[in-house]
Design a protein around this ligand. Structure first.
Ligand code: XMP
Length: 527
């Protein structure tokens, strides 16, 4: 789909949030590195450009510059934070740095010192022009600031439209050229009126049309898939997760039973998972084959305790099983994958090679071996959009609102050896954690919540007898994307219920502990 709006990314942690907000407003947009060639930026024939924030400094050696042709394209431009400073610099204004020595790295509240601003601040809108038209002059709005540099001198032809304690030019406008900048972040929810400002830019200044909603996306995607695969079979691996389910339903709406879904029971699934998944997927009209390979996986895992070895075994056996099954599907040339937009966005900077913390398994090898081509119907979507599309497709909310579950499953939550007996304990504890989280209405608040079985035995007393049993750890985290996470303090009554149910209902567990570490320095999964 052609993007009417391009977001130039200068590395801000909020760039994806800008895109999601723009799309929520009904405009399809794409993120492109801010330093990309002008051909690339202008390829989709955009009608407007947003320049994101970023940690670089336009007056430093690390300045990230955009191609001059983009600046002189005549398109409506909207700069946010670094984006605003870049506009100021390019159009002949001045940007000043913050006094490093004076603040020595402290992150105080915004405003007041006239230096750096981090956090909440109040901005007074002085002129209601352009994107600020909806806000009357002298309106104070709460905003989120996160900047060191700021615009100190307006470029010719620009007027200042807002001020804060720390920034006399907190927003500027050149209505003739349709160019605007804000020092604060309108895309975050700490700027409650930010969405109005962005909407005014999109619809009043840039005259964009609403071209993006779930219904339109579904219709267009189904048409596209019909054209791509007019005949022949297509294969899809289902995990029971949101992405693969939504991807499969979309493809099946286009090609019906020519889509062959494969669901592998790898022996490390949650309690009653196969029944839950198979029932739901069949109800959705999918043509699914369940492959029970649990024994094969558990045989291969016997005696293995090293986390990376476990991951590699589960990954390898999955590919083997999937490939064998996929070969049964005659003449298949395509494989469906639930790749999402955040996985395909190019990043602005390549920061060295990062260490392998955990090897995630994917079906890359399969595609090469079988010479399959990919269908990725969710490539343009963010996770929240996938959920909306899924709901629109009639997928039940129990499936849509599921928390992420790792490919290696309970194998990496069963620390030590993975045996049937130990998995049984973990499944019961995991079910109790899930039930109590749902009962407390916390499922959607948490990124993930689960039980981990530790190979640590300790002494306990039950009735009159001594026990010497294993330990369950409870993990509950919030996160935006799984890259970082915060541990979540579950309410006392929830913890009490979980703890007493786990020791009472799980044979061979006599102690429950709580994981109170964030990521980093921990990871979400224990292995
Ligand atoms: P970590 O443990 O690295 O996990 O903090 C980050 C997120 O990724 C999930 N995860 C996986 N997902 N295959 C997956 O599909 C994997 O091998 C895998 N390992 C971890 C994890 O559940 C968390 O959401």
């Amino acid at each position: 789909m052609n993007a009417q709006l391009v977001i130039l990314d200068f590395g801000s942690q909020y760039t994806q949030l800008i895109a999601r907000t723009v799309r929520e407003l009904g405009v399809y947009c794409e993120i492109i590195p801010g330093t990309a060639s002008s051909e690339k930026v202008l390829r989709s024939n955009p009608k407007a450009i947003i320049l994101s924030g970023g940690a670089a400094s336009v007056i430093g050696d690390d300045a990230l510059r955009t191609h001059p042709a983009v600046m002189t394209s005549g398109l409506p431009l909207f700069g946010i934070c670094y984006g605003m400073q870049l506009l100021a610099d390019e159009f002949g204004g001045k940007v000043g740095g913050w006094a490093r020595d004076a603040v020595s790295g402290s992150h105080g509240d915004a405003g007041g010192d006239g230096l750096r601003e981090f956090g909440p601040a109040v901005v007074t809108i002085e002129k209601n022009v352009g994107p600020f038209s909806a806000l009357a002059p002298n309106t104070d709005i709460h905003v989120w600031m996160s900047h060191g540099d700021k615009v100190t001198e307006l470029p010719p032809g620009f007027v200042s439209v807002a001020k804060s304690n720390g920034s006399p030019i907190a927003a500027f406008a050149n209505t003739e050229r349709n160019i605007y900048g804000v020092q604060f972040h309108p895309e975050v929810h700490h700027t409650p009126r930010g969405k109005e400002i962005l909407a005014s830019f999109l619809f009043d200044c840039a005259k964009l049309e609403r071209d993006w909603d779930s219904e339109g996306f579904i219709a267009q995607t189904i048409e596209g898939i019909k054209k791509t695969v007019p005949t022949g079979n297509v294969i899809c691996g289902l995990s029971g997760g949101v992405d693969s389910t939504v991807a499969a339903v979309l493809v099946s709406r286009a090609i019906g039973d020519r889509l062959h879904c494969i669901f592998v029971d790898n022996g490390v699934l949650r309690l009653n998972e196969t029944t839950f998944v198979m029932e739901n997927l069949t109800k959705l009209g999918l043509n699914v084959t369940l492959v029970d390979a649990s024994k094969r996986f558990l045989d291969e895992l016997a005696g293995v305790t090293d986390p990376e070895t476990k991951r590699k075994i589960i990954g390898r056996v999955f590919i083997e099983v999937f490939e064998e099954e996929a070969h049964r599907v005659e003449g298949a040339q395509y494989l469906v994958q639930g790749t999402l937009y955040p996985d395909v966005i190019e990043s602005v900077s390549v920061v060295g090679k990062s260490a392998v913390i955990k090897s995630h398994h994917n079906v890359g090898g399969l595609i090469e071996n079988m010479k399959l081509k990919l269908i990725e119907p969710l490539r343009e979507l963010f996770k929240d959009e996938v959920r909306r599309v899924g709901t629109e497709l009639g997928i039940p909310s129990e499936l849509i609102l599921r928390q992420p579950f790792p490919g290696p499953g309970l194998g990496i939550r069963c620390l030590g050896e993975v045996t049937e007996e130990r998995l049984k304990k973990l499944r019961i504890a995991d079910r109790i954690v899930t039930e109590e989280i749902n009962r407390a209405g916390l499922n959607a608040t948490l990124w993930q919540s689960f039980a981990v079985l530790l190979p640590v035995r300790s002494v306990g007393v039950m009735g009159d007898g001594r026990t010497y049993d294993e330990t369950i750890a409870i993990r509950a985290v919030t996160s935006r994307d799984g890259m970082t996470a915060d541990w979540y303090l579950l309410p006392e009554d929830v913890l009490r219920r979980m703890s007493s149910r786990i020791v009472n209902e799980t044979d061979g567990v006599n102690r429950v502990v709580l994981d109170v570490t964030s990521k980093p320095p921990s990871t979400i999964e224990w292995e």
